[in-house]
Design a protein around this ligand. Structure first.
Ligand code: ARG
Length: 582
């Protein structure tokens, strides 16, 4: 479906032309004086210069050519503005088409395109901590938005499952259980099926090992183990596989709890096999050059304001680094999936890293000229006091703990306010807590830091997730009382509040398009906050179920039902859903 602005712009352009002026002057915008009109066209002012006459003369001539059926108000005002209000009939027709169209008529602008979203970024053998919340939530929302807009989407968690952290674990396990067959170079039999550690043990093993990095002897062992693992030593690969199995199962469980789901559970290790050929090719073609013993890719470009240092491809000791892995991962993705777009959702402090990798990918022809590579760098979530989030003893807070704190807080409210029957407390609590947490995050611009404020996020009033959920639940309850509402057609607006609500509904597609373009789920939040506001206003000002005129009542019901469906679709894009009661 066309967006309203496009429809009325086309009509305005036709009117300019019919009145004898160039169509290009007919651009319509959303009014910046909502007290005067809904839409406006300032084209007569510009046209006046070209046609050397008074703008109001042009505005009047154009207005005479507009179709009066489309507008409840058409005004040419001094010095030459054209002010418009849409007619009830226009809105009714438009919303009815939205109601009956697939996707509410939102155009699938990504149809036929493939978008990879690289988000999550968990590291195996380490529990998810609060730093993993934002990439998970923002990435999931962006992926869902792309899918809604027609893209074929592939979410890839891109695990940190390679490199020194693995060597550290191997070395530590060897110190603790040297008798295990994984460490016997002569062992040729089958390795045990069962891992020699549980996930809890693993989560203790890694930090312990990491704390011993400064011990030269241990550090040497860990580096050696890393190298041998990467060279394919059988016992180490088997042990690594155990780490993966134990850890990934736990990570999946944690992401599932957040309603975050990845299509692909690939990691840095999966990029490893692509490195040798990629590096050889880059050397052969002169894209990579030697610099102080290391192979680097110079990536400065004309017009750079800040200097972008070369991307290190292979260090002087022969090893590959984080950037090498990310580049090789692009090779794999281009080969296997041929994406048109790859989005990376990570901490914004990795901005330079991605800039280097993207430039190197272009320079070496790993991606096509028109492949979009975008880093969505997010800010930090701080504590309510604005300081970095820490546990009481100064450690990093586990994500699980944060979620359970939020859940406990919400549960107490649900119980205290007797919101639902005992058996529904848990399900309702989960949904509200998830809405509070995700909306609290997503309503901020991704790049900005924000403060995690449980009380504010979980409040039922204000710009919060629970407020949006409450609005949906309220509509559901009215619909439930009304009865069959699913097929009721949209009516003309019966009062100004209905019209406000209808206008808000028409902004769904523009809001999603802006969110997509800017990779900014906060624009979806801002949209549904506005939409929820107009629904609540309408509800307060209008007797809906008490209306005696059945036709009017049916019109009210179909309108709030459409609003509910759009709100529910929107929160699904944000990654949460509404309870039945609240
Ligand atoms: N594992 C990395 C970290 O903890 C994040 C990975 C982000 N994704 C990527 N393609 N580099 O910092």
């Amino acid at each position: 479906m066309k967006k309203i602005l496009d429809i009325i712009t086309a009509k305005m352009q036709a009117a300019f032309e019919e009145a004898g002026y160039d169509a290009s002057f007919g651009r319509v915008t959303v009014s910046n004086r909502p007290d005067l009109c809904e839409y406006q066209c300032n084209g007569a002012l510009a046209a006046a210069k070209q046609y050397k006459c008074a703008p109001i003369q042009i505005a009047n001539a154009v207005v005479a050519k507009l179709n009066a059926e489309d507008y409840s108000m058409i005004e040419a005002v001094m010095p030459g503005f054209i002010n418009l209000k849409l007619s009830g009939h226009f809105l009714q027709t438009y919303l009815e088409e939205m109601r009956t169209s697939d996707n509410f008529g939102v155009e699938k602008i990504g149809a036929g395109q493939i978008c990879v979203v690289d988000y999550g970024g968990a590291n195996v053998a380490k529990p998810l901590h609060i730093g993993h919340l934002r990439p998970a939530i923002i990435g999931e929302a962006l992926k869902r938005l792309h899918k809604f807009m027609g893209y074929n989407t592939i979410g890839d968690v891109h695990l940190g499952d390679w490199g020194l952290q693995m060597g550290l674990i191997i070395a530590e396990v060897q110190e603790r259980q040297p008798e295990l067959p994984y460490f016997d170079p002569d062992f040729t039999g089958e390795y045990p099926q069962v891992a020699p550690f549980t996930v809890d043990e693993l989560e203790e093993i890694y930090p312990t090992a990491s704390g011993k990095k400064k011990d030269p002897e241990f550090s040497h062992k860990a580096h050696q183990a890393t190298l041998e693992l990467q060279q394919g030593r059988r016992g180490y690969r088997a042990l690594w596989q155990h780490v993966m199995n134990v850890s990934v199962a736990d990570l999946k469980k944690n992401y599932d709890n957040l309603d975050v789901h990845f299509e692909k559970w690939l990691g840095e290790s999966d990029a490893d096999p692509y490195i040798p050929d990629m590096v050889a090719d880059m050397k052969a073609r002169g894209v990579a050059v030697l610099s102080e013993g290391a192979w680097v890719v110079p990536v400065t470009e004309e017009g750079d304001k800040n200097e972008i240092p070369p991307m290190i491809l292979i260090k002087s000791d022969g090893s590959a680094i984080y950037a090498t892995t990310d580049l090789a991962t692009i090779v794999q993705r281009m080969q296997d999936w041929k994406p048109d777009k790859i989005l990376y959702v990570t901490d914004k402090r990795q901005n330079l890293h991605f800039e280097q990798v993207f430039r190197a990918a272009r320079k070496s022809g790993i991606v096509n000229a028109d492949t979009v590579l975008e880093h969505v760098g997010h800010g930090t979530m701080n504590g309510a006091d604005g300081k970095p989030f820490k546990t009481r003893d100064g450690g990093v807070l586990r994500l699980e703990t944060l979620i359970s704190d939020m859940t406990d807080f919400v549960r107490a409210k649900v119980v205290e306010n007797r919101i639902v029957a005992d058996e529904d407390v848990e399900a309702t609590t989960q949904k509200i807590a998830m809405g509070a947490l995700k909306y609290g995050d997503l309503s901020n611009q991704p790049t900005k830091d924000y403060n995690f404020d449980m009380e504010r996020f979980a409040a039922f009033e204000g710009n919060t997730g629970p407020y949006i959920l409450y609005t949906i639940v309220r509509i559901k309850s009215i619909l439930g009382k009304y009865g069959a509402w699913e097929h009721l057609p949209i009516a003309e607006p019966a009062n100004e509040y209905a019209k406000e609500l209808m206008l808000a509904i028409t902004k769904f597609a523009p809001a999603l398009e802006s969110a997509l373009k800017a990779s900014a789920p906060n624009l979806i939040c801002a949209y549904i906050y506005e939409l929820a506001g107009t629904v609540n206003k309408f509800y307060h000002e209008t007797r809906i179920l008490g209306e005696e005129n059945e036709e009017l009542k049916a019109g009210y019901i179909s309108l709030i039902a459409l609003a509910k469906n759009i709100l529910e679709t929107s929160i699904d894009l944000l990654g949460f859903s509404a309870p039945e009661k609240m």
